[in-house]
Design a binder for this molecule. Structure first.
Ligand code: C2O
Length: 492
């Protein structure tokens, strides 16, 4: 697998709101790479968004590149390679930005990062090749296991013969001190699986969703789809003992369920004065099932901490998703009948610099020339749900529906919706989201299931192209694409 600074998951990147973040990447892989800071606005620095084919050319093998941007947000984020399947292979880590005016500051004694992942025992390149062949019939590779902060155990009797399997690998351990309050920053860095997260015996108060501070909302089981994040406050108020922390894969949403060897991922929370004989597992019981499968935590249950005024839309895009076999029998994903193909050596932003106004249909470009309030109506005719992420922005979650692919406009919440950067469109359903387009750049809008990125479930929004041209990218960035950058356009 791939490591960052010799570590997996990658090292914590942590700063304060207002800081300038400098990420030096030294690429020791035998292939090119990129690093995307998931959820960052990159205002004024759209070329540092880290998306090959959209905002940069890859950082070549054995070379270096520096990302440098101002952080105007706070909250729970993550970073990952945006190149091929590299984040499944290990190029991933947490990114936390502290808020000096956090209203919950005095209600938390300590922070704990909980990075959830699904985990495959076959290497991702092999899995991808199978997935993009007619044999898969579009069924995604199912994970073998999952991890909490890089740890879990596995029953070696299920491992292929001759493989290096360690049966008694330790679970991730978390220490609680009785009476203390913990802020858990929960990140789902999976390739495919949504999880339901819980801690036996402990309730959790949601206080942040993807950078937006919310009113307290108490849950026992927290659904978290791929690329989503939440902060929850947990009080160590239970009897001194040890408890399981659980991340249950939502196998109910998988196309087939037979292949998941270990869908229940565990870690252990131990109160510091608890005395146990070694190897004794917690005897705690799980919370009973109380959430709906395969949809986000109800947006209507979450309220922004601060009141907001939601502007009226000035522009609407309707995007319709479907999956079907191409002429070779390979099942691809389509947005408005077009399956995205990455143009690796000619990123869209460079085309914008070079004055291009028309893009090939397989680039799935949506153009927003000036400052607008934009609604995206996302219609899903597919039988699976999709966690859609928008780069460079947060959006208001105005509404979603699980039955029928026609939005119910009367049900939209334009009064107090939450904002986030990754929302799930239900199977055979729809979502309506709204954002303010005031951040010039090329912004990916895609399903964050890594297999679906490869099958083309990707769009890009080009916002304020004239403004993009007035921003001047650094020379180091231009040298990544020596052939496509037209120097006549580079210096105005
Ligand atoms: Cu987590 Cu296109 O990103």
């Amino acid at each position: 697998m791939f490591l960052i600074n010799g570590q997996f998951p990658g090292p914590l990147i942590e700063c304060n709101k207002g800081d300038t973040l400098v990420i030096n990447v030294k690429n020791e892989l035998d292939e090119d790479t990129t690093i995307h800071s998931h959820g960052m606005f990159q205002r004024g620095t759209p070329w540092y968004d880290g998306v090959p084919g959209q905002t940069q050319c890859g950082i070549p093998s054995k070379s270096s590149f520096t990302y440098k941007f101002k952080v105007e947000q706070s909250g729970t984020y993550w970073y990952h390679s945006h190149s091929r399947t590299q984040y499944i292979e290990g190029i991933v880590g947490p990114l936390i930005i502290h808020e000096p005016n956090d209203p919950y500051k005095n209600e938390c004694d300590e922070e704990i990062i909980v990075l959830l992942q699904d985990w495959y025992h076959t290497d991702a390149k092999t899995l991808l090749a199978t997935f993009l062949s007619p044999d898969s019939q579009g069924n995604e590779p199912l994970p073998d296991n999952g991890l909490i902060n890089g740890h879990n155990s596995f029953n070696c009797s299920s491992a292929p013969e001759g493989s290096d399997c360690v049966s008694n690998a330790p679970l991730a351990q978390f220490k609680f001190v009785k009476g203390k309050k913990y802020k858990l920053r929960i990140i789902n860095a999976s390739a495919f699986a949504a999880f339901i997260f819980s801690i036996d015996g402990h309730s959790m108060d949601v206080v942040e969703v993807e950078g937006m501070i919310t009113k307290r909302h108490t849950v026992h089981r927290l659904p978290i789809n791929v690329a989503q994040r939440y902060s929850v406050i947990v009080t160590a108020d239970q009897p001194i003992d040890q408890y399981f922390m659980r991340a249950e894969m939502e196998t109910a949403c998988f196309p087939t369920q037979s292949d998941v060897l270990n869908p229940l991922i565990k870690a252990v929370v131990t109160y510091d004065t608890y005395k146990c004989s070694t190897d004794q597992a917690p005897s705690s019981t799980a919370w009973s099932d109380d959430v709906e499968n395969c949809v986000d935590l109800k947006a209507s249950d979450l309220k922004p901490y601060k009141d907001q005024k939601i502007p009226n839309p000035t522009k609407t895009f309707t995007l319709e998703i479907d999956f079907r076999p191409d002429e070779n029998g390979v099942v691809l994903a389509y947005i408005n009948n077009s399956s995205y193909k990455i143009d690796t050596d000619n990123p869209t932003i460079i085309k914008v610099y070079n004055g291009v106004k028309q893009f090939a249909p397989d680039q799935n470009v949506f153009m927003i020339e000036k400052n607008e309030i934009v609604d995206i109506v996302l219609i899903n005719t597919d039988g699976g749900e999709h966690p859609f992420h928008f780069h460079g922005h947060t959006f208001w979650c105005l509404g979603s529906g699980e039955s029928g692919t026609q939005p119910d406009y009367n049900s939209l919440n334009t009064k107090d919706p939450i904002q986030r950067d990754t929302a799930t469109v239900p199977a055979n359903g729809w979502i309506v989201i709204r954002f303010v387009s005031n951040n010039a750049g090329v912004w990916g809008f895609h399903c964050h299931i890594e297999w679906h990125v490869a099958s083309g479930l990707v769009a890009q929004f080009v916002t304020q192209p004239d403004q993009i041209k007035r921003l001047n990218p650094p020379d180091e960035w231009k040298t990544l694409c020596p052939n496509s950058f037209n120097s006549n356009n580079s210096s105005n």
